[in-house]
Design a binder for this molecule. Sequence first.
Ligand code: T4K
Length: 406
Amino acid sequence: MSNTKKIAGDCPSLGDDPKCRHNHLHTQGEGVRTFPQPILVTRPLLPPIPAITRRMEDIWGAQWLTNMGKQHGILEAALTQHLRVPHLSLLCNGTIALLVAGKVLDMQGEVITTPFTFAATPHAVNWTGAEPVFADIDPVTLTLDPKAVEAAITPRTTTILAVHVFGMPCDVHALAHLAAKHNLRLLYDGAHAFGLEVEHTGIGNFGDITAYSFHATKLFHTAEGGALACGSAEMHTRIERCKNFNILSEETVGGVGINGKLNELQAAVGLAVLEIMDDERERRARIAAIYREVLGQVPGVTVQPVLPQVTRESLQYFSIRIHEQEYGLSRNALHAELKKHNVLTRKYFYPLCSTFECYKKLPSSRPENLPVATRVAAECMALPFYGALPDEDATTIASMIRDMPR
Ligand code: T4K
């Protein structure tokens, strides 16, 4: 390959020794570049240890470990402001957040959702006792296509559960219109949408409820955690009760609830992560810019777009699509080639949820019903995307995709 180069830093082997432990590229002949250590699709954002221990000392001093303690309160207030939402409730993870949302919205009957998502989305529908109905996605935003949603509505439909996949916002206005017209609840899975703003409005302001995930692999995290944002104080109260067994007082339980609480240790991690959030966002914006610059003009590669209505990007994932005919290699082949060279991309979200054993017999799971999602699942991949990824590595990964022999 003509532009193969050695990036050996101060390594005396100049990158030619395969036993070298520096994480720089080793050239092993024309066209072959291999990172000595695997580059993962993401790494958790790790605050300096003292920022954690300082808070641990507070927690120990208070002898208060969970059940909505001081750290929980501080984090909830800080995130309500950060996400620019009217009400926010912290939860122990994003999946339980979806379950609690489903419960308080009385999500029964049929729930129209996307197959192009993580397993948690349809599983949450199933766990609340409803049936997922898969509808196709838009070929640009990869989120639910409002026309497909409308076509899927039946008298049994109660809810639309839409996902802002990879931080690309759903068509929030069209979905709001549909929900109002057909008297449906509108729940957003915002697991990928932390910090996303559309038309200068926090994404959690749309729909009845938005669920966030604060898993370690997310931009903002509490190791495990999640939250629900909503617009009404009454809904917020229902969520707060539901996540705490629906206990109303020492002697009264108001209905069926669950243990969805985020503990003090998780909250402490979240507060420390929040302190370094702006730097992390800056780093990720830089990496996204590198990927866009190198890959933007490569035939057969579509880079995740920044949609015109987005006024603040989420910067949680960076996805590309590989169009086999034009690029000359399939997504699967590229994924495998990169893996050989220690670049571990992920085929999010392949296979489609509609193909899982537990859902594949649903009438809506037929591939003919989901042509766009079926195609996109075969084309899409998530690239390594986290602040600690050096610029040179991002450039190298993008160049490898650009120059991959084919
Ligand atoms: N809705 C949507 C649309 C979601 O994407 C998710 C979660 C949810 C709902 C549910 O939210 P949670 O209940 O999880 O809060 C990961 C995450 O576990 C999952 O949270 C996330 N979506 C999903 C898209 O990605 P896996 O199975 O791909 O994770 P894993 O273990 O393969 O890790 C991914 C990469 O991160 C690996 O390269 C290793 C690296 N990693 C991972 C962890 C946990 C680290 O370097 N350090 C770590 O601590 O699901």
